[in-house]
Design a protein around this ligand. Sequence first.
Ligand SMILES: [Zn+2]
Length: 117
Amino acid sequence: MKICTICNLEKTIDQFPNLVRSPDGKYPQCKLCKSNIDKQYYKRKAEKVKSNANKYYKSKKDIILNKRKNNDHYKIYNKQYKQLHKEQLKEYNRTYKQQYKPIRNEKRRNRLKKDQI
Ligand SMILES: [Zn+2]
């Protein structure tokens, strides 16, 4: 017979779970109390895991929100840049088109040839 350290009831040795490293080879708690302890432990663990996941999500959320904010900043900057350099951009686009017009035409011609074949 053995007394459980949790419920203080005297129970037969077969009502205690096995524990190799203990002197009598049994847990100090009975099977019933041990299972309750385990349940509580896993419950606590689950809550910890949940809270960790929550923390991770929150930190990730911050990053996402930050990114979005930065993106907005970038958009505003782009808009401002376009407005400030309207003429320059127009000029750039014109020269770009002129520069690549022959190449584009060449490509188009080649494509047309391919289509004919
Ligand atoms: Zn017990």
